[in-house]
Write a protein that binds this ligand. Structure first.
Ligand code: NDP
Length: 488
């Protein structure tokens, strides 16, 4: 009989047992199998991680950017060698299909390391000419110990998107993965170490909400980079405010995807499906309010229904699978409750929205992709983030009308526009209140393109050069070359 593996913390360059005996189970959402017993960090572990990170920071921040960049690039190369293993780990932790994880998870993480590894040598301040007897310059300095807190939907990608810019700029990081998906953050820590990262510069602390709060409120922490839901984001921002720490927040959304009557039909359907069913709909920027022009509606629905019903639901390790299980039983129940609510509110359930029994995976949290038609803006399924495979289709007639309805949300993460009229596309995109927009595609996030939300969807941008500003502070230095004037 094999015993269940343990997943310790990673502090100061070493796999470290938690100070308490507390453990929680990491469960495979496809099988219900316990993958590992995860060590839960308490205050003693968080304190130890902060001390280790402070020591790591002193060494790491003293290196030139070029040297830091080399470590990130070596880590990217090591990730590429372990691509299959990392992709499979992500499948076991998240339930997402293997047809996605090598690309959307591992490659995206590698891209982040390479992007910021390449920029590390070019992090610089400014020079100001103040006449012949003085000048000033600015230094872009790291913040110190940064905390990264991640959601469960893109665990490796989130860990890389946060740690790569933090480390490129000379900071140390303590990363807390979601309790539901803890494994790949540990593998990333091993990879960084193997790539030559000094001990203490990247630490992993496992735990639940209390551990997150301990990290966000710790006086030795200088910045928090958070990805998760709006309610938790508010708490984290509160902790940051109490300690006057910097914080960036990547939160939820209820984004619009607008399909005008001249849109290329099959592309529009493809994008709507990607925007709702990729990763079982567990994507923050999903275009869950699909506004379809009345003239295109019938054709759009016919193609959408046929293609959605053809999606293969099953073993996420099977390369032909397109729909894996939802992350947990609690989340599956929440998604199914929204389906029930949508029917009760009067939307028409075109297809899906049911629990699915996959032979051999009886404990898996499978739900068939759901399409609601005849939706109204004020239905809860059209206002609240469901974070599952539930698409709401709404119709519209006029440009002015659809822009107003698209913007009528508390969120502002993303938006999409489909039309072959590029004048119309740019005009509409300019008026959409969202941080990340796509024209004639959806949810693509190549490295370098800023990603992040406005309003309740967050503060700050990831995946781009601007992120370096969020992990640094400006010091200004005035230099006198002449005499000091003094009237006294
Ligand atoms: P949660 O907000 O529940 O959790 C996010 C992280 O915060 C987890 O690691 C969680 O730990 C931790 N946490 C919980 N309570 C606290 C606290 N009081 N202080 C500090 N940390 C805490 O989000 P989910 O993990 O459920 O992820 C889904 C949400 O994330 C969705 O709303 C989605 O839109 C959003 N998201 C946003 C993205 C973006 O880039 N804008 C990308 C991906 C997801 P634990 O898991 O152990 O509870």
């Amino acid at each position: 009989m094999t015993s269940t593996p343990e997943l310790p913390l990673f502090i100061g360059g070493r796999a470290t047992p938690s100070a308490s005996q507390d453990r929680f189970a990491n469960i495979n959402p496809a099988t219900g199998e316990v993958l590992a017993m995860v060590h839960e960090a308490d205050k003693r572990d968080v304190d130890a991680a902060v001390v280790a990170a402070q020591a790591g920071f002193r060494e790491w921040s003293a290196l030139p950017g070029m040297a830091r960049g080399r470590v990130l690039l070596r880590a990217a190369a090591l990730m590429r060698e372990r691509r299959d293993e990392l992709a499979e780990t992500e499948v076991r932790d998240t339930g997402k299909p293997i047809s996605e994880t090598p690309f959307a998870d591992v490659d995206s993480a590698i891209d982040a390391l390479e992007f910021y590894g390449g920029l590390a040598a070019d992090i610089k301040g400014d020079h100001l000419d103040l006449g012949s007897t003085a000048f000033a310059y600015t230094r872009r300095e790291p913040l110190g110990v940064c905390v990264g807190i991640g959601a469960w939907n893109y665990p490796l990608q989130i860990a890389a998107w946060k740690s790569a810019p933090a480390l490129a700029t000379g900071n140390a990081m303590i990363f807390k993965p979601s309790e539901l998906t803890p494994t790949n953050a540990m593998k990333l820590a091993e990879i960084y170490q193997q790539a030559g990262l000094p001990d203490g510069v990247f630490n992993v602390v496992h735990g639940r909400s209390e551990t997150g709060h301990l990290l966000a409120s710790h006086p030795g922490v200088n910045k928090i980079s958070f990805t998760g839901s709006v309610p938790t984001g508010r708490k984290v921002f509160g902790d940051a405010a109490a300690g006057l720490k910097q914080a960036t927040l990547e939160l939820g959304g209820k984004s619009p995807l607008i399909i005008f009557s001249d849109a290329q039909l099959s592309n529009a359907v493809s994008a709507a499906m990607n925007a709702n069913f990729y990763s079982m709909g567990e994507v923050c920027s999903n275009g869950t309010r699909v506004f379809v022009h009345e003239d295109l509606h019938a054709d759009f629905m016919a193609l959408l229904k046929a293609r959605t019903e053809a999606m293969t639901i099953g073993d996420p390790m099977d390369p032909t699978t397109r729909v894996g299980p939802l992350i947990s039983k609690a989340h599956r129940d929440r998604v199914l409750e929204y389906v029930r609510l949508g029917i009760e509110e009067g939307a028409y359930l075109v297809t899906g929205g049911e629990p699915v029994n996959v032979p051999g995976f009886e404990d898996g949290n499978f739900v068939s992709p759901a399409i609601f038609d005849a939706c109204q803006d004020d239905m809860r399924i059209c206002k609240e983030e469901i974070f599952g495979p539930v698409m709401s289709v709404l119709t519209f007639r006029e440009e002015e009308e659809v822009v107003e309805r698209a913007n009528a949300t508390e969120f502002g993460l993303a938006a999409g526009v489909f039309t072959q009229n590029l004048t119309l596309a740019h005009r509409v995109v300019a008026r959409l209140q969202a941080g990340s927009c796509w024209i004639n595609n959806y949810n693509l996030t190549p490295a370098g393109v800023p990603f992040g939300g406005i309003r309740q969807s967050g503060i700050g941008r990831e995946n781009c050069r601007e992120t370096l500003d969020h992990f640094t502070q400006v010091k200004s230095v005035y230099v006198e070359l002449g005499d000091v004037e003094c009237d006294y």
